[in-house]
Write a protein that binds this ligand. Structure first.
Ligand code: HEC
Length: 477
């Protein structure tokens, strides 16, 4: 309420001043245009830690009455206003217990850090400390879809800021598609992929949510009509987690659990089920150049370069991306634990776009972090929800499975966001479609709906579900 009233007042202020020379210039750029520098955000992080973190939290998530300064709620409060609005509001009222006690430079630095934390890119010049300069920078929650031409005000082709869960659902579930052999039931799955022949591959957890002690084959092949072809992998995997099919139709599967002599590995199979290669050491669950703690997901570039995301547990073990060359030789790794831009907490899923950018679905941080193949952080996207699974097709359509967003404080806390599958563009970041999760009361369980995701060349979507022990096929209505 207070923020709302204040924004109203600021709006009036801006209007009153609009006739004056200083305000003659309308917002000509947005927070997406690199309006602060890395060095400034670093100074801002220190100042934030000293002056704001005790109330707004180390992770800008807010505590008690002090609102979050990052994430969808914050962004939707401020989207459409300018950095001058945010600056003046902050400077005149914050810190709550001693307003206007920092220098203008320090406020600008703190806001640079807030911008960085919210995933807006850094640029070549610092965020100004004068309101009239800041009034030229518009706050936009969503990245503008089209590049603005030189001299064209950003507002001219301003994107429609889409609310979460608001996109249309052009899909319908095709129930009963997969025909399992008599007596066999599907277990929990977060791993589905389609090969070049249109055959659908599923790695499930042996009719249960764990293959430990089971004699069942967890890797299943179905033809393009859903008929069961074959299964393999009995006794080899404990907890099939991530799956990828590469340009040679090799089936890659990660095993996220370990016990003595088994697990914590990445397997490469051919379509006959023969093991071509393994990465990691069976049963050795530690972070290393040739071992994994909890390998979540694997993706293979067309040149054979392999990327594995490792670390499933927030606050514990690695949160890293490991890069290997086509021969399986360790090249490098990156991933610093945390929530600041470029840091990772739970890199649950990965995919490559047509430009070779690596999309890392960081589930704990409710965002996708995009890196180049050397680990340089490019940007973060929160508009696809809390990602358990990401898949990018050859047209750069991005499919993201959110199985965890929930309203109550605690695990999966992501207010305003619902579970389901979001589909959009890996190029522009725009979300075009949303398939809601079928579960009616999603706050009951930690997971529901698709965790693993793939789409075939015709745009048929497959969602692999842990709670429902199913893989659901979605076709266009
Ligand atoms: C003593 C606790 C406290 C400190 C310290 C503090 N804040 Fe706040 N802040 C609050 C409270 C409480 C609110 C919500 C009430 C309000 O809107 O005034 C708030 C609201 C805000 C808002 C408005 C958020 C929105 O979306 O409406 C911003 C921005 C903000 N604070 C920034 C800062 C910054 C930057 C600092 C450090 C320079 C800071 N605050 C320090 C308690 C604090």
């Amino acid at each position: 309420m207070r923020a709302g009233r204040w924004i109203g007042a600021a709006g009036a202020g801006v209007m009153a001043l609009a006739a004056g020379d200083l305000w003659a210039q309308e917002a000509t750029k947005s927070v997406w245009d690199g309006v602060y520098t890395e060095a400034q955000a670093e100074r801002g992080q220190t100042a934030y830690g000293q002056n704001c973190a005790n109330c707004h939290g180390q992770q800008l998530a807010g505590t008690g009455e002090a609102k979050p300064l990052a994430g969808p709620e914050f962004l939707s409060n401020w989207s459409g206003l300018t950095m001058a609005d945010l600056f003046d509001r902050t400077r005149t009222t914050m810190p709550l217990d001693r307003p206007a006690t920092l220098t203008r430079d320090a406020y600008a630095d703190v806001l640079a850090y807030v911008l960085k934390f919210n995933g807006f890119p850094a640029g070549g010049s610092e965020l100004a400390r004068r309101s009239e300069m800041l009034a030229t920078i518009r706050i936009e929650a969503e990245k503008p879809a089209a590049a603005t031409g030189a001299g064209v005000p950003a507002a001219a082709n301003e994107p429609v800021a889409a609310a979460p869960n608001s996109q249309p659902n052009p899909y319908v579930a095709d129930a009963g598609f997969f025909k399992l052999p008599a007596g066999r039931t599907m277990g929990s799955s977060s791993a589905v992929a389609v090969d070049s022949r249109g055959h659908i591959w599923i790695a499930e957890r042996c009719g249960a949510n764990n293959c430990a002690g089971s004699a069942l084959d967890p890797i299943l092949e179905f033809d393009a009509k859903g008929n069961f072809i074959k299964a393999f992998g009995a006794g080899m995997l404990l907890f099939p987690h991530g799956m990828f099919i590469d340009a040679h139709d090799h089936i890659w599967v990660t095993d996220g659990h370990s016990e003595p002599g088994k697990g914590a590995q990445v397997f490469e199979f051919d379509i006959s089920g023969k093991v071509l290669r393994t990465l990691g050491k069976a049963g050795v669950s530690v972070e290393g150049p040739d071992t994994f703690a909890e390998p979540n997901a694997v993706v293979v570039a067309t040149n054979g370069t392999i990327f594995v995301s490792d670390g499933h547990t927030p606050g514990k073990g690695p949160a890293r991306i490991v890069k290997f060359d086509a021969s399986g030789k360790f090249l490098k790794q990156w991933g610093e634990r945390g929530a600041a831009p470029g840091q990772l907490e739970v890199p649950h899923t990965i995919a490559l776009d047509s430009r070779g950018r690596l999309f890392v679905g960081d589930r704990w941080n409710n965002r996708i972090s995009i890196f180049d193949q050397d680990g340089k952080f490019l940007e973060a996207w929160s508009q696809f929800g809390r990602p358990s699974g990401v898949f990018i097709d050859r047209n750069d359509t991005l499919y993201v499975a959110d199985s965890e967003s929930r309203e109550p404080q605690g695990y999966g806390y992501h207010p305003g966001w619902k579970r389901g599958i979001r589909i959009g563009s890996a190029r522009t970041g725009a979300v075009a479609a949303y398939i809601p999760d079928s579960e009616g009361s999603p706050d009951k369980t930690a997971t529901s709906g698709a965790e693993g995701i793939w789409a075939d060349s015709r745009g048929v979507v497959y969602g692999a579900q842990v709670l429902q022990k199913a893989v659901v096929r979605y076709v266009r209505k």
